[in-house]
Design a binder for this molecule. Structure first.
Ligand SMILES: [Zn+2]
Length: 79
């Protein structure tokens, strides 16, 4: 598989995922390395997930490190 590394688009604190979701849309939420939303506690690795497509984002580099379209979303998390 010859897949180029994906990055989200960032303009200061405004993030835009490759799927079109952005900070002003449904946004991003802290997640674990499988893309499931979680509380940003001491076990949190600092990753964020796109709440639309499930891409997992490393916030220091804005690199897409994975995708989990069946991940636990924020809505599942709060209910
Ligand atoms: Zn996305």
């Amino acid at each position: 598989m010859n897949k180029t590394q994906e990055f989200i688009k960032v303009n200061e604190d405004h993030w835009e995922c490759l799927c079109g979701n952005d900070t002003m849309d449904i946004g991003f939420f802290p997640c674990d390395n499988k893309g499931d939303c979680k509380e940003p506690d001491s076990s949190w690795e600092g990753l964020y997930s796109c709440q639309k497509c499930g891409r997992i984002i490393e916030p220091e580099t804005y690199k897409v490190i994975g995708i989990n379209s069946n991940a636990k979303k924020y809505d599942d998390f709060i209910n």
